[in-house]
Design a protein around this ligand. Structure first.
Ligand code: FMN
Length: 408
């Protein structure tokens, strides 16, 4: 078995069940901890009713990595489990006692409503909250900046990075336990936001996304009760992977727990390969529960074994070579593929004369002669016709060609 431990934070594996209905209240935290993730973040208090969670089109699509969106607040609204810092801390204490020792418990601080409510001394309040949470047994505190990504930027865009920096510094001075800073990638410059947290002393940064989306059926009257959606979703995954890779190639070395669209072990592996040693699970934990999360952890481990990765650090950032590929190498790959597209001719045995290649070509590089496709001298090797061909008459082994181009 691969060793999935994240030693710096005493975690058995890189999975963090993120602040959500799956972590709201003591019972949910304890239930989520039964998946044996590395950590569970107890959902922050003070934002009134929280939503349920619904994924669209289905859990099967989610598991298969097909596009899905997440709709917040489907069904009955979940009431805030705690109405004060005291009851939240009591909850932390209870959950800590009931959870397996090996699962870390992170407390979540702050909500954008605090920062928006005029006159509230929210900075000192957050300082106090962090201290009380540490006393109550939290293994780490998380600063909830992902929603302010939407809320604060809307109101005071120029303050956002300074606010991240100042608040991180403030909370770092309040506690000895690690301070994790959860950040948005939308509605701000994610690299600047991450740098602000790093300069403020964050022990880990957690880039994630909260888009707003609109899910509806063409027959709109049958649409979900609340078609507005939000949070990660499958569309977030490549964006967050890019954000992580960009940070790593810009010299940010602070541990990361990125999240958004991690619905199966493959997505988790991708996020780690992009450079985030830990990963957040939100919607999947909400919608599918501890058994699914447990399976996801097991499957990542099995794949790492098959591939010969012994630790998470061995896997972390392995895709960065692709992200920052030297220009010379990428040009060589592009040219090798272009040459192959240009030289390869349609197989007359397989061509059905449908003409889709001609339709897709912008250079008169291919034409039909007696109902069979033939290349012309004008072909530039762009490859569109290969993508359009439905019968396999235009086909080549792109992977092998790219591979051969980069062999030493
Ligand atoms: C229904 C739901 C409610 C959420 N509520 C919170 C919240 O109260 N505080 C918070 O920091 N993040 C919240 N999140 C965001 C998650 O913690 C996590 O960052 C996000 O879900 C990751 O993307 P994913 O859902 O695609 O996995 C919520 C997510 C969902 C699905």
């Amino acid at each position: 078995m691969a060793d999935l431990r994240i030693e710096k934070f005493g975690m058995e594996n890189p999975f963090v069940i993120a602040s959500s209905p799956a972590t709201q209240g003591v019972a949910a935290v304890v239930k989520s901890s039964q998946a044996m993730p590395g950590a569970v973040v107890m959902r922050n208090f003070g934002h009134g009713a929280g939503g349920g969670s619904y994924i669209y089109p289905s859990l099967d699509d989610m598991a298969a990595g097909r596009p899905v969106i997440q709709s917040h607040a489907e069904g009955t609204q979940i009431k805030d489990s705690f109405d004060s810092l005291e009851s939240y801390c009591e909850g932390l204490h209870k959950a800590r006692k009931k959870m397996p020792d090996s699962v870390r418990l992170w407390a979540s601080i702050g909500h954008f409503l605090d920062t928006e409510a005029g006159g509230l001394d929210w900075e000192n309040e957050w300082h106090r909250q962090a201290q009380e949470m540490e006393r109550a047994g939290a293994d780490a505190v998380e600063l909830h900046f992902n929603t302010p990504g939407v809320a604060v930027v809307r109101n005071r865009v120029y303050d956002f990075y300074r606010m991240i920096y100042n608040t991180t510094k403030n909370i770092k001075s309040a506690v000895k336990i690690p301070v994790m800073v959860k950040l948005p990638v939308e509605a701000c410059d994610p690299l600047r936001a991450m740098e602000a947290a790093v300069f403020g002393g964050a022990d880990a940064i957690g880039p994630t996304a909260r888009w707003r989306g609109f899910a509806f059926e063409l027959d709109w009257e049958r649409t979900l009760p609340r078609p507005g959606s939000g949070y990660g979703t499958s569309g977030a995954l490549p964006v967050i992977c890019f954000t992580v890779a960009e940070a790593r190639t810009n010299g940010i070395e602070t541990p990361m727990y990125a999240g958004g669209g991690i619905y199966n072990w493959e997505a988790a592996a991708k996020m780690i390969m992009a450079g985030s040693e830990m990963v957040q699970l939100g919607s999947i934990a909400c919608c599918a529960g501890p058994d699914t999360v447990k399976g996801l952890i097991r499957e990542l481990n099995a794949w790492m074994d098959r591939k010969g990765y012994r630790t998470v650090s061995e896997l972390k950032g392995t895709a960065l070579a692709l992200f920052s590929m030297p220009e010379e190498k990428s040009v060589k790959r592009t040219k090798a593929l272009g040459r192959a597209y240009m030289l390869e001719t349609p197989d007359p045995e397989k061509c059905t004369g449908c003409g889709r290649c001609v339709e897709a070509c912008w250079y008169e590089g291919i034409e039909l002669k007696e109902h069979i496709a033939v290349k012309t001298k004008k072909c530039i090797g762009c490859g569109y016709c290969f993508n359009a061909c439905p019968s396999g008459a235009l086909a080549l082994d792109a992977e092998q060609i790219i591979g051969n181009a980069t062999e030493k």
